[in-house]
Design a protein around this ligand. Sequence first.
Ligand SMILES: [Zn+2]
Length: 183
Amino acid sequence: MPMPIGHTLSGIALLYAGAPSWRQSRWIVAAVIFFSLLPDFDLLVGLVVAGDANAYHHQASHSLLFVIAAGLLGGAVAARRGRYTGLFIAAGVIHLVLDILAVDTSAPYGAPLLWPFWNGYFQSPLQIFTDVHRSGVRGEFFASLINRHNFEALLIEIAVMMPFFLVIYLSRHAKMNARKGSA
Ligand SMILES: [Zn+2]
């Protein structure tokens, strides 16, 4: 799994790739980042309920059904009903894609994308991101995140996400120049 910073950057990239109105609303920005991170709330649920962050990790919340249902629910309660449903679902689907592109060193490997229809796990043969070294035990979890491996993982996430921002920036710039040229 990428770290929260990688998932947050993916949400911000999604916002920048879309309509300017998305970025003008603080509420929409917060909601997209929330849906980009939502599947990993299973770590917090595990910590609180079972005292073990791994107890429910990469289970139901890492399925397409979950992110679609969450996006539909979020879209339904959003200010303009239904208008942002696709955006919220996209943020969740991107989370799942990033996760299966990451090294996973604890079984079951990958994410159960088709749960509950099929209980198998998907894992990309090409893994761009590395795993996160951490303890699942409550009381150790947050402190265990601070280590050299995770710092390097963070740098990889930022390095992988930067080209997306560059492409989005350059395409917007090209569009603006084309508009100026035709004006
Ligand atoms: Zn995840």
